[in-house]
Design a protein around this ligand. Sequence first.
Ligand SMILES: [Zn+2]
Length: 453
Amino acid sequence: MACKLIAFDLDNTFLYDADTVSAANRRAVEDAAAEGVISAIASGRVFTSLPASALAIPSIRYAITSNGAAIYRLPAPEKRLGDNGDFDKARCFRHAVCVHRVSLPADRVEAIMKVLEDYPSDRYPVSFETFIDDRAYGYADYMRRPTRYGLSPAYIEYVRTTRIMVEDIRSFILEHKNHLDGLDLQVGDPALTQELRQRLRHEVPGIYITSSVPNRIEMANEKAGKAAGIRYLMNIFGIRKEETAAFGDADNDIDMIRAAGTGIAMRNGTASCRKAADYVTKPCREDGFAWAVHHRLGITDRLAVKEKFMRAALREAKKAAAIDEVPIGCVIVRDGQIIARGYNRRNRDRSVMAHAEISAIRKACRALGDWRLNGCTLYVTLEPCPMCAGAIVQSRIDRVMIGSLSDKSGSCGSVVDLMHVKGFDHQVETESGILGEECAALLSGYFRSKRKN
Ligand SMILES: [Zn+2]
């Protein structure tokens, strides 16, 4: 069953730290989008604390926030950018639409705060964060001395930049008891966290209570939960459970992992989270998210495909090196198959026309029985010269994948760009840097050995 919806936790699942998305995880989301899969963030964080690194990925379309207490539709990619074309967080927030929200009932807030009266913060390392209308508020002493409350050093900057400081947070919470999306406790002592969690579970029924990290207690409306978030998206898109996947690492991800057709836990996740999952992937730090997207959900790893074909072009280049020619190689691909190969034989053939690309284009035309190569992608280890670029445009090749760039004769943008000339009746998509270092090293190695001789 093909996957149509992916929901994923951020911290320690999709993000390396408070605000870093790896290139591999970003590509995996884009690969999924290329196959029509909808991607949604599913975080315990409040909406305005979501990291720029994730919101800037255009193919992420939804954000389940505050552990499912609020769900947002993210704006169209162009509405996330500022005038300079860079990601603009304020503009992204302005254009996002909250499509679903449930708040904590006021009497539940009162009941929670009643339990916490037994733990005054001057004697117990108990701090509060609360979320009202997408703003996060934090206890002032916790923001001044976060380590007293057990906050991981990697998150200190994040908390200080996203929370509004409140001195008397207990009174503040009670004053706003009608508007709380969520209420979190950060506790600097593991035994105390356990005790508090047990007391809250027993003495305050009818709330959703969970944890994203062991020394945190997160509370919301009983109808919240990341599972409610993923079900909401399944409903509006008419997607079945079997067509969904969810990723997480912590106890607040368990309900979502169970609600999805394929529940995936990170190897760095809690024991209970891993136990709830259908599949345990590599750790977050080893891009376990991207790995499972490609290897478990069956979404094509487009970079791996490109590298596979560039490797074939490199093998051609080595054939040129073996006969003492400048090592440049090329393959032409159609429908996922190599239909022609070529390598540089300029000296051997005593012809300037014996460039790798021209030779491959000739063979591709023979293979297809047509001079038109629409639907083909050409992989070449070095940016094409003007002659080859001309032949590429004339043969109507769709795409050119380039290994290393050439500042001497590169005609796909380095010296001149013949691939995107407005007046021409055919434009060619280009991408460079595929196995770029290997391609460049092969050439520089060749010229180095020439100089020695
Ligand atoms: Zn050429």
